[in-house]
Design a binder for this molecule. Structure first.
Ligand code: SF4
Length: 570
């Protein structure tokens, strides 16, 4: 067993807070900024009973704001215009979208859709680097007088009498054996009146919260995709800034869900990536290999020839939609952004929803501060706010979208067409779904022949020019972790990995992890001759292993704060 348990510290330092926002991505920063605006307005109206911002904190696990933020990224500006009217004048925007195209790829050809389907029309949206954008938002938050603690991860939810009372931050300075080193600093008990979870997809505290209060009861299981991205520098004139291309089809087959994006940015930079739905059946599929193979298509090869790959990263995204979103608030807590599942998978966009959900949570927190009431009765008005907002309007129209693809691409297209004419309903009011890991087939049950997948199975070798192996790509993610610390990928039973999984699924962690964290290495004393090795320092925090492990025995917990990728410019 590879374990990580909190060590016992008799006198943990404590801090009191009014509001703690865990996660400094778009949702968390928008929440902090909106809360600050509301407090400023309140103090202008009520100078005799001012509210303080002193005890409002944003906690971010990265060394610097934005370093763990990864996305395509296209920004639908709707929520930003509500948060900061005229934001375009000062925000880091790379280009306005002025041209889109959607292609269906086969191995050697491409077919352009005669008209761009409405959900993929991006005129007026902005090509951005989410890293730079969030960094800028973080500066606004700090200028507004709210403290952002970087390099601090939320390790544990504090719960008293079924009420969330804050979080414990990560212990710093533990060695591999979970023992204090000379630089040991215990994590804080941050006692908060309201804890807002904005951790991104598959947040570790959100997972604790959902498990403890069974928040997934009566919901569709959340489903996910993993986006693997590279940033390229191209010869001038290859793609215009603001040009957007989506592809469907090859290298995936009819049995897998996913597609690619190519966004032209300024200075001849292109963002390209491939999202593979984490609900495929063949455990040998490797999403990093999918992207490498995609680049060998003549259309993409021509686009990239003479260019240079400069950055790499990966991130999971929630695909489940409206019916997978858990209750959004309870006693002392709210959930926002990707942690809650606010993503429109048909449009492949979630940043605008993350920002809007953060703003609505801020309005709820503000009212709670004024009323001095942090109970479920007060905070559940966040749920009402979301349901009355354009978030619900947008997500309700695509409520059955991803579920329609459970039986493959072709059937999915038919469902999509039906849903389009029935305002999102399709054949049933609520399409059900299955957690992605339950759809994996055991190796022995895979059909022999018939599925042409050789080109996306197992690790990509890479030619070092157009295609890369995982280690080369990881180098370009800037990932760093302190090596002498407990492993942050907790495997609850490694016997299952070494014996059962080897036989049943062929250790799919070796394939679905885009950072080569999991390896089966020679071991004489293990029945199958191999045992699992966890190269945790490579981890880019995408959470795919936590999601896709067939036995659900891997738990991603935050490493010592500050560790992880450095997505500068991504
Ligand atoms: Fe992603 Fe897990 Fe691999 Fe880390 S170990 S990069 S979270 S799949």
């Amino acid at each position: 067993m590879i374990f990580r348990t909190p060590i016992s510290v008799p006198d943990r330092p404590q801090m009191e807070a009014d509001v703690v926002i865990v996660g400094g991505g778009p949702a968390g920063m928008a929440c902090a900024l909106r809360l600050s605006q509301l407090i400023d307005e309140h103090n202008g109206r009520n100078p005799e009973i001012p509210l303080s911002k002193e005890n409002i904190y944003v906690l971010e696990k990265a060394r610097e704001v934005g370093q763990h933020c990864l996305s395509g990224a296209l920004l639908d500006p709707r929520s930003m215009r509500e948060l900061l009217p005229g934001f375009e004048k000062e925000a880091p925007i790379d280009a306005e979208v002025n041209k889109e195209a959607v292609y269906f790829l086969t191995a050697k050809s491409k077919f352009k859709f005669p008209i761009t389907p409405p959900p993929m029309r991006d005129h007026g949206n902005y090509v951005i680097s989410i890293n730079k954008f969030v960094k800028w938002l973080g500066e606004k938050v700090e200028q507004a007088g709210i403290t952002v603690f970087t390099g601090f991860a939320g390790s544990e939810l504090l719960v008293e009498n079924e009420r969330v009372t804050g979080i414990r931050t990560d212990d710093k300075g533990l060695d591999k054996q979970n023992q204090p080193k000379s630089n040991f600093e215990p994590g804080y008990e941050l006692k908060a009146k309201v804890t807002i979870l904005a951790e991104g997809t598959r947040g570790s505290l959100t997972k604790q919260l959902i498990g403890r209060f069974q928040l997934d009861r009566d919901r569709n299981p959340q489903t996910y995709g993993v986006g693997v991205k590279e940033l390229w520098e191209l010869p001038a004139g290859r793609i215009a800034a603001g040009e957007v291309i989506y592809t469907m089809g090859w290298p995936l087959t009819n049995h897998e869900y996913g597609g690619a994006w190519i966004y032209g940015s300024k200075d001849n930079i292109v963002s390209l990536g491939f999202v593979t739905g984490l609900d495929y059946k063949d455990p040998r599929i490797d999403p990093h290999h999918v992207l490498q193979t995609f680049k060998t298509h003549p259309f993409v090869r021509d686009l990239l020839s003479g260019g240079k790959m400069i950055r790499y990263g990966a991130k999971s995204i929630p695909y489940g939609g409206w019916f997978s979103i858990p209750p959004l608030a309870g006693d002392g807590w709210m959930i926002v952004g990707d942690s809650a599942g606010f993503l429109n998978s048909q449009r492949l966009k979630g940043i605008h929803l993350a920002i809007k959900s953060g703003m609505l949570a801020a309005e709820t927190a503000y009212e709670a501060l004024v009323d001095g009431d942090f109970s479920v009765n007060q905070l559940s008005s966040f749920q009402n706010r979301v349901e009355k907002s354009w978030i619900r309007e947008e997500l309700w129209r695509v409520r059955n979208f991803h579920q329609g693809f459970e039986n493959g691409l072709l059937e999915g297209m038919v469902h999509t067409a039906l849903q389009q004419v029935t305002l999102g309903r399709g054949l049933h009011e609520r399409y059900t779904s299955h957690a992605g890991h339950t759809r994996l087939e055991q190796i022995g049950n895979l059909p022999t022949g018939g599925y042409d997948r050789e080109h996306i199975l197992g690790p990509a070798k890479g030619d070092g020019q157009l295609t890369f192996d995982k280690l080369t790509d990881i180098y370009h993610s800037g990932t760093k972790h302190e090596e002498d610390q407990p492993i942050h990928l907790v495997i609850h039973d490694t016997d299952i990995c070494n014996n059962r999984c080897t036989v049943e699924y062929g250790n799919p962690c070796q394939h679905f992890c885009p950072a080569k964290v999991y390896e089966m290495v020679e071991a004489a004393d293990v029945a199958n001759g191999k045992q699992i090795q966890v190269n945790f320092a490579n981890c880019v925090h995408c959470k795919t292993c936590d999601i896709m492990d067939p036995y659900q025995i891997i738990t991603w917990v935050p490493p010592e704060g500050g560790g992880g990728p450095n997505y500068d410019g991504m």
